[in-house]
Design a protein around this ligand. Sequence first.
Ligand SMILES: Cc1cc2nc3c(=O)[nH]c(=O)nc-3n(C[C@H](O)[C@H](O)[C@H](O)COP(=O)(O)OP(=O)(O)OC[C@H]3O[C@@H](n4cnc5c(N)ncnc54)[C@H](O)[C@@H]3O)c2cc1C
Length: 444
Amino acid sequence: MQVVVLGAGVIGVSTAWHLLQRGHEVTLVDRQADAALETSFGNAAQISVSYCEPWANREAPLKALKWLFDPEGPLKFRPQLDPAQWLWGLQFLAQCNDAAFERNVAQLVALGSYSHSALKDMIATTGIEFNRLTKGIAHYYTSQQSFDAAGNAADLMRRHGVNRRVVDRDELLRIEPALRAFGDRIVGGTYTESDESGDCRVFTQALLQRAQLKGLQTLMSHDIVRLQAQGGQARGVVVRDRTSGITRTLHADAYVVACGSYSPALLRQVGVRAPIYPGKGYSATLPLLRPQDAPQVSLLDDQLKVAMSRLGNHLRIAGTIEVGGYDLSLDTPLARTRARMLVRRIEEVFPGVADTRTPEEGGDPQFWCGLRPATPTNIPLIGRTAVQGLWVNAGHGTLGWTHGAGSGKALAELLSGEVPAMDFRFCGMPPSGANGSRMRLHQA
Ligand SMILES: Cc1cc2nc3c(=O)[nH]c(=O)nc-3n(C[C@H](O)[C@H](O)[C@H](O)COP(=O)(O)OP(=O)(O)OC[C@H]3O[C@@H](n4cnc5c(N)ncnc54)[C@H](O)[C@@H]3O)c2cc1C
């Protein structure tokens, strides 16, 4: 089959890879000059199968209200004159209850473990190196009240087959001795040994190169201008070369939309609505001054709701979510506050370990922000749309790196008429597994 994959983030490249593996002829299109230059570029680097709770939970609405006027608040709703944002907000609120939370966790764990084995297979096949660390993820708490609640979350995860251990401070410091300097602030933590970390951009770009050697056709630096459909059937996609300005129409047997936060706008052109809205997040990547004292275990900081991962000779800290449109600026007062907060936290937790100086002071921090393609449930949309021949693989929210390998594999399987071996609600497909039920992407 001839397939055009739209978008070369971790999801699109992984999809293209798995389609090639199944013998399809694949063309990949992206507006950037290389893969993973948008949201897949600077994320927190966690492959966190076991820490996958969605942001929508019973307590989220109250917390979001509390954080509305706090520039350092982890979750910020910034109201826009955009009906899509309000609709998304209402759908998010509908997920803020225990029943929905547990249902969503079950799906996210299923996709996570499927994806983890797909990723391991891909690493074994390709030998790609991406500053991978297989030391697990530890979540540390500085508030006794929050730590007490961590046991309930661990119980819930255990019910879904996830081995998340509650550990006291001493054990946590044995697991990650680099936390020692901050140890007297820590009351305890949780730990999942099987989780990992690694650089999503490096992996995705290397995978793209391997795929090109296997025959992948790429149209990089090409804008995807328009999807075309007629009589309920996908007919083509109009793309424009950003250098020459030349426009042309690509035709294929199937088209996969994997454009992250920009997927809804493309899908809307052919009448398909997708509940995806951008959730802006930030990261700071700092050179290490004392590598021997830097963490190897990837970390979650409960107070600030940020994640930290070691990437070779750098330490990255990332987090916070702003639901406020497609703005990608780093020089607004809010963005500057968030960047400062991230760097300050590194200095508090690992004093003197990384170079936390500002550029004015001679430091070299790399600040970045990206738009998580967030669905109200945090469950991605993988499968067919109501338009024949048009598929979607988007909406991976906070977990696109964790779920990338498996989402790409699952979409390639579905498109090839295979049934992915996991209990998951794919779009437009018959139920798969006990929790499965048909999910439709509506056509307006
Ligand atoms: C601060 C932060 C921390 C995160 N931490 C983690 C983490 O630790 N673990 C984890 O699992 N996930 C994490 N994530 C989430 C993860 O990064 C995303 O879910 C993932 O990158 C989404 O991948 P994607 O391929 O769907 O989107 P993208 O990477 O954005 O790719 C979409 C591609 O489509 C292209 N495109 C879009 N529109 C067009 C158009 N019209 N024409 C041409 N090209 C187009 C873009 O150029 C882009 O390359 C984090 C995200 C953020 C922001």
